[in-house]
Design a protein. Structure first.
Length: 502
């Protein structure tokens, strides 16, 4: 009850003209930044941080927190309509969002993303409100061994993403590992797999990589098939026509709730962030029943990753406020802002600056409602992108891809990476080779490698460290079950078939 009273006092802090105005401004800017490929919440918060120098600390963090949270909404717009993820958490949204838009349901796809984001976000915020400090302490129990075991379990779940041809899926998974290893060694600092190229010493940037494989590959496909008739909807799309049916909402609700809890947990873990939460949420949904196969425009696929990334964004504030430990790059920027304003995140923050801490948490609830309202309101206007003729769409998407790739590195290196992997992505699509396993392994491989090597350094090379804690044993046990599950299913089917014949 005490936390609820403090939250109500936080709403009192937010509902002042100044704080409510900056919360609205942050939510609008977050939607715009999220929808623009290549910028993302990290660059958005970093660019806008200087604007908050003259602000009151509470107003400043409310604006940046609202921007970070609503950014998760904006990333889905370009992912669904153009197949170009606005930010890295929206990569998985494109896998089902764009096919659903191509099937003539762009409004429903955006509605699914928005409602799922809202549900997942509220779950993350409620958990943050009542168990924030306790949840942060749980995150502290995840050392290198526990994180490595969790990543092993997550990487094992890639098996759900391999599709009909496990050999092709396994090859793309290993390719993702190899690509993630290019650059500087995370622990020793020595270059590896850079082939004497100074640009590759920094590794392959994730944003140009994703824009190329997912977005620019589509541009190449449009150019090749530019004379074919499109199947885009010609009817005028209204807000009423975009609303979800009761059946569609019942499909997304359990998925959004499940992914909301998963995303909040992932958001609390150090170094994970919303991108990892979206990938894990989508991979976890592969283990549950969906009305349509994932990757073909399934409501469940959109709901799983959108709810997870919004919940993770809310959950990441638990270790930031309660322990002063940022869970992502954006969290590090927010931590720098806190220190710039003379505030010290940690257990005493809720005691020494309750107006600040609870005002920020309350502002996330307000930002969630504002972002949902704005996102729903612009649907009839933004889906008009799909009515643009292909001859205009090709150069427009190309410009977006080039600008997004260039903005990440401020050099042509990002553009070259984007073009190369655009060609690779197009060839993979023509050969029906799944891209999702490569993207997932590319994201999780650095986290896995870093924590695995740290664990071995701590144990002086002994594997016993992975069996010394309950958490790592549980994760390894689940991994073993995932590996043995196909074999067990085959045995059960044979036993049932023999009994039926008998």
């Amino acid at each position: 009850m005490e936390n609820l009273q403090m939250l109500l006092s936080g709403f009192g802090t937010v509902f002042t003209p100044m704080n409510l105005g900056v919360c609205l401004l942050g939510a609008i800017l977050g939607l715009i930044v999220g929808a623009m490929p290549g910028i993302g919440s990290l660059a958005g918060c970093a660019l806008l941080l200087p604007l908050t120098y003259k602000f009151d600390p509470t107003a400043a963090i409310i604006m940046l927190g609202a921007l970070y949270y609503s950014n998760m909404y904006g990333g889905a717009f370009s992912a669904i309509l153009l197949n170009i993820p606005g930010d890295s958490p929206a990569v998985m949204t494109a896998l089902d969002g764009y096919p659903m838009a191509k099937k003539g349901q762009p409004g429903q796809a955006l509605m699914t993303a928005n409602f799922s984001s809202c549900i997942g976000g509220f779950i993350g915020m409620i958990i943050l409100t009542f168990t924030g400090p306790a949840l942060a302490n749980v995150g502290l129990k995840f050392g290198p061994a526990e994180m490595a075991a969790l990543m092993i379990m997550a990487l094992t779940s890639i098996g759900w993403l391999l599709g009909d041809d496990p050999i092709k899926g396994t090859i793309t998974t290993l390719l993702g590992f190899l690509l993630a290893a290019i650059g500087m060694d995370t622990l020793s600092g020595s270059p590896r797999f850079n082939f004497g190229n100074i640009y590759l010493m920094g590794g392959i940037s994730f944003v140009p990589f994703v824009i190329g494989t997912v977005g620019f590959s589509q541009v190449i496909g449009l150019m090749v098939d530019r004379y074919k008739e499109t199947e885009l909807p010609k009817d005028k799309l209204t807000l009423r026509g975009s609303m979800l049916t009761g059946h569609q909402f019942r499909r997304l609700l359990p998925v959004a709730i499940r992914s909301g809890f998963l995303g909040t947990f992932v958001g609390v873990l150090p170094g994970s962030g919303a991108t990892t939460a979206a990938f894990l949420g989508y991979a976890a949904q592969k283990g549950f029943k969906s009305e349509e196969p994932l990757g073909t425009g399934a409501v469940e696929g959109i709901a799983a990753c959108e709810a997870a990334n919004n919940a993770a964004a809310a959950g990441s504030f638990a270790p930031l406020l309660a322990l002063g430990i940022p869970g992502s790059g954006t969290g590090a920027v927010l931590l720098g802002g806190l220190m710039m304003w003379g505030l010290n995140p940690g257990p005493l923050l809720f005691t020494n600056s309750p107006d600040f801490a609870w005002g920020l948490i309350a502002s996330l609830f307000i930002a969630n409602v504002i972002a949902l309202a704005i996102a729903l309101g612009v649907i009839p206007f933004i889906v008009k992108i799909l009515a643009v003729p292909v001859k205009y769409m090709i150069p427009a998407i190309t410009v977006i891809c080039f600008v997004g790739a260039y903005s990440t590195s401020n050099s042509m290196y990002g553009v070259v990476i984007m073009v190369i992997f655009g060609i690779v992505g197009y060839l993979f699509n023509k050969a029906h080779i799944p891209l999702a396993p490569m993207l997932l392994s590319f994201v999780l491989a650095p986290i896995f490698e870093s924590n695995l090597r740290k664990a071995f350094i701590m144990s002086q090379g002994s594997v016993s460290i992975f069996f010394s804690s309950t958490l790592s044993c549980v994760f390894l046990g689940i991994t073993l079950l995932l590996i043995l599950a196909p074999t067990i299913k085959k045995i059960v089917r044979k036993v049932k078939a023999s009994k039926t014949q008998a």
